[in-house]
Ligand binder design. Structure first.
Ligand code: S3B
Ligand code: CA
Ligand code: ZN
Length: 308
């Protein structure tokens, strides 16, 4: 058979045309990217509104993935590549497990499915119901959020419950903001490109102002609940706001280095918010010294949300 890595184009849900790393076999083109270093292959599938994973490869006859039903796959494939690049270029991490495992994404999962998730082996994106969400792979911060769940699961492995769970959620939001900023699209919001397509300007969450979307930003307002694994998507507002203070103080790059070191070297499965403060302080000390402004920024940011 005749086959080779190829470079194609595609149109994402925002209508912009992007360059895609594809693969050609017997005259058919696949969303199958073999261009990454150390063979981290990125491959993108469609569930065709079903729920069996990974589903079928997304293919095209002329290597231009421009039809509307391919847009969600174009986004998932392209944004997964950008997120791979961030972790490899910035932190030397080869794929989510630092072992070059393939990045597998499936789009068109379920019917009107208002959710996106990492299922322990791959990323999965619903199409949304068109009112609460448009196809969920359509936002780089969502893709980076999901892939960071995989990074967390293969490092700190923070239990998805109560404070460790809120920390798990916050780490995904933190690196989602950083990956978007690295790609020239900085904002403090999550999911703004795919949340409520009929309402411009709103988002799923805000790190600058968690209260905008009913999240606390201080320990005094910690939300005790049994819902949502102990409110992991609510209480993440507290460490999210701490990150907002820290990044405003010392910038996203230094914050990203401190957070990456804490996530991969110090945090463990049961770490709570206090442990996060200590892990981030230790990381800041390792990287910049105990008397550094970076160390002080971490201390100030956590104090401002009532921790430490
Ligand atoms: C920013 C991405 C995000 O939060 O995705 C989720 C959605 C849309 C619903 C339920 C869970 C998640 C998640 O990944 O935590
Ligand atoms: Ca955003
Ligand atoms: Zn999440």
């Amino acid at each position: 058979t005749q086959e080779a890595a190829t470079t194609g184009t595609g149109k994402g849900s925002s209508g912009e045309t992007v360059t895609l790393q594809t693969y050609q076999s017997n005259g058919t083109y696949y969303l199958y990217d073999t261009s990454k270093p150390m063979d981290g292959i990125i491959r993108t599938y469609t569930a065709n509104q079903g729920s069996s994973l990974p589903g079928n490869y997304v293919t095209d006859a002329d290597n231009n993935f421009q039809s509307s039903n391919q847009a969600a796959a174009v986004d998932a494939h392209y944004f997964a590549g950008l997120t791979y690049d961030y972790y490899y270029d910035t932190h030397g991490r080869n794929s989510y497990d630092n072992n070059g495992s393939d990045l597998i994404s499936t789009v068109h999962y379920g019917s009107n499915f208002n959710n996106a998730f990492w299922n322990g082996s791959q990323m999965v994106y619903g199409d949304g119901d068109g009112s609460t969400f448009s196809p969920l792979s359509g936002s780089l911060d969502v893709v980076a959020h999901e892939l960071t769940h995989a990074v967390t699961d293969t490092t700190a492995n923070l239990v998805y419950q109560d404070q460790p769970g809120a920390l798990n959620e916050s780490m995904s939001d933190v690196f989602a903001v950083i990956v978007e900023a690295e790609n020239g699209d900085f904002d403090w919001q999550l999911g703004e490109d795919i949340y409520t397509p009929g309402t411009p300007g709103d988002a799923l969450r805000s790190l600058e102002n968690p209260e905008l979307y009913d999240q606390p930003s201080h320990m005094d307002d910690y939300y005790n609940t049994s819902a949502d694994n102990g409110g992991v998507h609510t209480n993440s507002g507290i460490p999210n706001k701490a990150f907002y203070y820290i990044a405003n103080d010392i910038g996203l790059d230094k914050s990203g280095d401190i957070y990456y070191r804490a996530l991969t070297s110090y945090l463990t499965s049961q770490s709570d918010f206090e442990d996060a403060r200590n892990a981030l302080l230790q990381s800041a000390e390792d990287l910049y010294g105990a008397n550094s402004t970076e160390y002080q920024a971490v201390s100030d940011g956590y104090a401002a949300v009532g921790i430490g």
